[in-house]
Design a protein around this ligand. Structure first.
Ligand code: ZN
Length: 151
């Protein structure tokens, strides 16, 4: 990855950490799940509101942890809001594959938007679970589970 791209990715992460999108409790959520990453001490609760058409009408998160876990949660809410359950599952799979696949993933800002910034985490092995935490919590909420841990 060239340095300019690395800098841009860094900026996106820092921006989402500083100004998290959709960071709030949701009183009327249809599902929620708590995610824990004991390795780093990140805790993220994800709230979703799914309507009768199977669209994620609203999504939010609340929690604490490192910059990567918070930025990833913020990016996640931006990515899945207004999407169908099927599209959301595809996004979860895509991000988890991007972060954990053995091969260097083929990613670009054009196809992934700001989410591409998360691929910078690949080089910091210990932080990958920070980046996937919100996505696993979202998946748990969709599956009707209340709690997950990365351990
Ligand atoms: Zn972390």
């Amino acid at each position: 990855m060239d340095d300019n791209l690395q800098d841009l990715y860094q900026e996106i992460i820092l921006d989402h950490n500083k100004h998290p999108r959709n960071q709030r409790l949701m009183e009327d959520a249809t599902a929620m799940a708590m995610g824990h990453n004991p390795l780093c001490g990140d805790d993220i609760s994800v709230f979703i509101k799914v309507n009768e058409a199977g669209i994620i009408e609203d999504v939010s998160f609340k929690g604490q942890g490192c910059a990567i876990s918070q930025a990833s949660a913020s990016l996640m809410t931006q990515r899945v809001k207004g999407k169908s359950l099927k599209a959301v599952q595809e996004a979860i799979d895509q991000v988890c594959a991007m972060l954990t696949s053995e091969q260097e993933p083929d990613i670009s800002l054009e196809t992934l938007g700001d989410l591409a910034a998360l691929c910078g985490v690949r080089q910091f092995h210990a932080r990958i679970k920070c980046a996937t935490l919100a996505w696993h919590a979202l998946e748990a909420a969709l599956a009707g589970k209340k709690e997950i841990t990365t351990e």
